[in-house]
Design a protein around this ligand. Structure first.
Ligand code: AMP
Ligand code: MN
Ligand code: MN
Ligand code: MN
Length: 273
C-alpha cells in the first residue's frame, strides 16, 4: 500500500494547489493520501475529482503549545465539515492572524518593508504562516534565502517565533476526536526534545486522548525510527508516516517518499483500507 499521511497545499504553506497535489500523488502511484494543511481543511472544500486509484483520508495539522514549545498534532480521518473542525479552524485562523501581526511588528523593527502586506500576498488567502514572511523577506532582498530568514528571525527560539497564540495539545486533541478523527503526534524528531521530555509529552498526549505518532517524517536517520517505534509500543500508540511534502522545489523530498518505516508497529490506517 503506497501511502502518504502528511503534506501541504496552497491552503497553508504548500506550493501546489489541492488539485495539483492530488494529481502529483496519483502520478506517483499513491493509493491512500491525507492532505494535512496547517490549521486548515480548505483543500478538501476545493477538490472535486480525484485521480483513479487514489483515496483521500481527510486530515489537518494543528499548531499547539506545550511547556512553551510549539508542537504539531495531525488529525487523520476527521470530518472536515464537522462543528468541531469549524471551531478548530476558525479559532486557529484568529490565532494566526493575531500572531502574524506580532511577527510583522517585530520584523518591521528590524527593517523589513511592509511585512504583513507582503506575507499576506504570499499566503494568498491560505493559512498565513512563517514561510510566507520568509518568502517576502527573500523577495525584498532582506535575506538571500528562506533558510536564512528562519535561521536569523523566524526559526525555533528566534525573536519572531511566536507561540503564545496557540492552544494546548488537549484542546487540539479534543477538536480532532470530536471531528471523528485520530490525533497523531507529528514529526517527534523536530522539536529538539530529549528522550525524557518526549516521554513526558507522550504521558500527557496519551492521557488527553492522543492515539498515534509519526514514526517516520520525510528523511530521518534509522536510529530515530527505531526509537519512535519503541515509544509507540511503550505507549500503545498506532504509527503513521508521511513526507511532509511542501513543494516540488524541495527536490530531495517528494510525495510518498520517506525513510523506510518500521515493521514492528501498528499502522494507523489498518482499519481504513
Ligand atoms: P508556522 O505554521 O507559521 O508555525 O510555520 C511552520 C512552517 O515553517 C513549517 O511547517 C515549515 O513548513 C516551515 N519551516 C519551519 N522551520 C523551517 C526552516 N528552518 N526552514 C524553512 N522552513 C521552515
Ligand atoms: Mn509547513
Ligand atoms: Mn509540522
Ligand atoms: Mn507539516
Amino acid at each position: 500500500m503506497k501511502i502518504d499521511f502528511h503534506c501541504h497545499t496552497t491552503a497553508s504553506d504548500g506550493a501546489l494547489s489541492p488539485e495539483q497535489l492530488v494529481q502529483r500523488a496519483g502520478d506517483r502511484g499513491i493509493e491512500l493520501l491525507s492532505i494535512t494543511d496547517h490549521d486548515s481543511v480548505n483543500a478538501y472544500q476545493q477538490l472535486s475529482t480525484l485521480p483513479k486509484g487514489l483515496r483521500l483520508i481527510p486530515g489537518i495539522e494543528l499548531s499547539c503549545q506545550w511547556q512553551k514549545r510549539g508542537i504539531h498534532i495531525v488529525g487523520l480521518n476527521i470530518d472536515p465539515d464537522s462543528d468541531a473542525m469549524a471551531e478548530a479552524t476558525s479559532t486557529q485562523a484568529k490565532a494566526r492572524a493575531l500572531r502574524a501581526e506580532i511577527i510583522a511588528e517585530k520584523l518591521a523593527k528590524y527593517g523589513v518593508e511592509n511585512p504583513l502586506e507582503g506575507a499576506l500576498a504570499h499566503s494568498d488567502g491560505g493559512a498565513i504562516g512563517r514561510p510566507h514572511f520568509a518568502r517576502h523577506m527573500v523577495n525584498t532582498g532582506f535575506v538571500s534565502n528562506e533558510s536564512e530568514a528562519f535561521k536569523k528571525f523566524l526559526g525555533s527560539g528566534k525573536t519572531c517565533d511566536i507561540k503564545v497564540c496557540w492552544p494546548n495539545p488537549e484542546q487540539a486533541i479534543n477538536w480532532i476526536v470530536n471531528a471523528g478523527g485520530v490525533a497523531v503526534l507529528a514529526h517527534p524528531g523536530k522539536y529538539n526534545m530529549t528522550r525524557s521530555k518526549l516521554v513526558s509529552f507522550l504521558e500527557d498526549f496519551t492521557r488527553w486522548g492522543g492515539a498515534a505518532m509519526e514514526v517516520v517524517s520525510g528523511r530521518q536517520i534509522p536510529s530515530q525510527t527505531t526509537e519512535f517505534s519503541k515509544l509507540c509500543r511503550q505507549f500503545s500508540l498506532m504509527a503513521s508516516w508521511g513526507s511532509d511534502f511542501h513543494s516540488p522545489a524541495q527536490t530531495w523530498l517528494d510525495l510518498g517518499s520517506y525513510s523506510t518505516p518500521p515493521d514492528d508497529v501498528t499502522p494507523v490506517w489498518n482499519h481504513w483500507q
